[in-house]
Write a protein that binds this ligand. Structure first.
Ligand code: GRF
Length: 210
């Protein structure tokens, strides 16, 4: 019988940025060993030495780096050090998953249209660090999550995908955020996979996968 070489799908190198517990990272790691998924997390970078996401990464054998702002003279220096720490892993895509800092121009110029972020609200409503709290305080009945490309603004880049989550009577920030995070993790895994497999076209504010 003639030898038929196995088809090895190419796998995109992904770096994940975390500041918190890393449940989004954990969900990505649950998929990244599947060659059909198309993305493999090759590095995790944080701004905090105490980020739980670093332990999640270590548990999966993924290399980590910490670039703490306090170790740099100014914002530009930190941005450049972040860019360098990420570039070491030679990523095709950078995923900000609960990374609680704004990435500046020196970073974004290094990875043009290659950085995605997940946000726990339906942008452009409720950008910033307190999207869940702000949505609740506003009294909306539906909120959700958004995965978008990162530009130099605060949660302003072209939107890749969104999912809605109903606000329930009696919700507080913690209960609402937990329900959003369940939906958010699934959305992030889906979008990252499609982006690396099919690519993204950006025309003005419209971003289209595939
Ligand atoms: C997510 O809801 C993310 O959108 C927000 O912080 C949360 C991070 O969760 N910015 P985790 O660290 O991935 O568990």
């Amino acid at each position: 019988m003639p030898h038929k070489p196995a088809v090895v799908p190419s796998t995109a190198r992904v770096v994940v940025l975390v500041s918190g517990g890393g449940s989004n990272l954990a969900e990505l790691l649950r998929h990244h060993t599947d060659p059909a998924y198309g993305a493999r997390v090759v590095g995790v970078v944080s701004d905090r030495t105490d980020a739980g996401g670093l332990d999640v990464a270590r548990g999966a054998g993924v290399p980590t780096a910490v670039v703490a702002p306090a170790d740099f003279a100014d914002r530009g220096e930190w941005d450049r050090a972040m860019a360098q720490a990420v570039a070491v892993f030679d990523p095709a895509l950078v995923v900000s998953a609960g990374f609680m800092r704004i990435l500046g121009q020196p970073f974004l110029e290094r990875f043009p249209d290659k950085v995605v972020n997940t946000h726990p609200a339906l942008l452009p409503s409720f950008p910033g660090a307190h999207g869940v709290r702000d949505a609740l305080a506003h009294g909306v009945r539906v909120t959700g999550c958004t995965v978008h490309l990162v530009d130099s603004g605060v949660d302003t880049g072209p939107i890749l995908a969104q999912r809605a989550v109903e606000v329930l009577d009696g919700d507080d920030e913690a209960t609402l955020h937990e329900r959003i995070k369940v939906v958010e993790r699934a959305l992030l895994v889906d979008v990252v996979g499609r982006v690396v497999r099919d690519g993204v076209r950006v025309e003005g504010r419209r971003a289209t996968i595939g």
